[in-house]
Design a protein around this ligand. Structure first.
Ligand code: TXA
Ligand code: MG
Length: 334
């Protein structure tokens, strides 16, 4: 299956999961994604670590693979603007930016359509989606082959710099990823520019491969830079607009108070007749991460006083789950 027939002699030094992109490897990669696996692939900016964006469990495994201690929202890669429009709501300015810069290194944050099939975990429970149509031919071919949106952060281990060569991806992630499509060096080597186009004004959330001046030339007026850069790598996961529940959370609960809903984990669940959601009755942290945001949304109704949250182990994805729950449980800034 994973032979490198047709590749250059330096294939001898490649890890088994590094493949030359051709029709066969792209078809294999599409199958891996459809089956819920992870593929590292080149874009014009940096390599991405991709999963089927509609498969919450596959998306959860991105965080496990990167060793990310928190759930940063991810960029959703699509094959064209029409697919992007089927997932999110485009304002006139968002439309103009998409027309001018797609395919290309611009990520546009828009409100998600209520019926969008994208997993909640992709946007860390936010009502928005960060969308991008990559220009790289291999990224494009992969998106066409799989026919689904691909959620992908940069293909590096958490805390490391973004990978711009397949060898960097292999060094960082090794065989934790099913396949690395080797497209050589990524042409730009700098991440995409991210703009928030959900409001009346376009705001640059992350400066990147497309300059603010180029954006302003298309929009026809000055564009603001986010005051405190909410996506700065110095504070991963500290995005201020993370989904917060209206009901307070009570962590490490071993019993349920009257009026509380229960967010359970594992099979040793306290007696409770009201609303409850078990993140994973088998104690599987990847399944729990995949369910987290949908569970919070489901339990967070006006009828309840609080959400009692059972203890979640602090290993593997438990670290990111607990980080998210602790921030949701912290006193609110109003
Ligand atoms: O060039 C790139 O953008 C690369 C390639 C692979 O496409 N991807 C990349 O992904 O740099 P990542 O995960 O390293 O950075 C994604 C950034 C994060 O800072 C995240 O906070 C922001 O996108 N982001 C994602 N969804 C968002 C949303 N709904 N609202 C605001 N920011 C969002
Ligand atoms: Mg990154």
């Amino acid at each position: 299956m994973l032979n490198n027939a047709g590749s250059k002699p330096d294939a001898m030094t490649r890890a088994a999961n590094v493949r030359i992109p051709d029709a066969a490897s792209l078809a294999d990669a599409a199958r891996v994604l459809t089956d819920g696996g992870l593929i590292a692939f080149p874009t014009e900016t940096v390599y991405g670590l991709g999963a089927d964006a509609t498969n919450a469990r596959a998306v959860a495994s991105i965080f496990a693979t990167k060793g990310r201690p928190s759930f940063n929202p991810l960029i959703v890669h699509v094959s064209d603007a029409a697919q992007a429009r089927s997932l999110g709501q485009f304002s006139p300015s968002a439309d103009r930016l998409a027309e001018a810069f797609w395919p290309g290194p611009l990520t546009i944050v828009v409100n998600r359509h209520p019926q969008s099939p994208i997993a909640d975990l992709v946007s860390a429970g936010l009502p928005t989606l960060a969308l991008r149509v990559p220009a790289h031919p291999i990224a494009h071919a992969l998106l066409q082959a799989v026919g689904r949106p691909i959620a992908a952060p940069s293909a590096n281990r958490s805390g490391h710099v973004s990978a711009t060569h397949a060898a960097h991806v292999a060094a960082d992630l090794g065989d934790r990823v099913a396949m690395i499509l080797d497209g050589g060096a990524t042409p730009l080597g700098l991440e995409s520019t991210i703009v928030d186009a959900t409001g009346d004004e376009i705001v640059v959330l992350r400066p990147g491969a497309i300059s603010t001046a180029a954006l302003e030339a298309v929009i026809g007026r000055r564009i603001a830079r986010a005051k405190s850069n909410p996506t700065a790598p110095a504070s991963p996961g500290q995005l201020e607009s993370h989904y917060a529940t209206a009901a307070p959370l009570r962590l490490d609960a071993t019993h349920v108070e009257p009026g509380e809903a229960l967010l359970a984990f594992g099979n040793n669940v306290p007696q409770h007749s009201g609303a409850q959601f078990n993140l994973s009755s088998t104690g599987d942290l990847i399944e729990a991460a995949a369910n987290l945001f949908a569970a919070l949304r489901a339990l967070d109704t006006p009828q309840i006083m609080a959400i009692a949250v059972m203890p979640i182990p602090q290993h593997g994805l438990g670290e990111a789950i607990n980080d998210r729950l602790r921030r949701a449980a912290a006193p609110r800034k109003t």
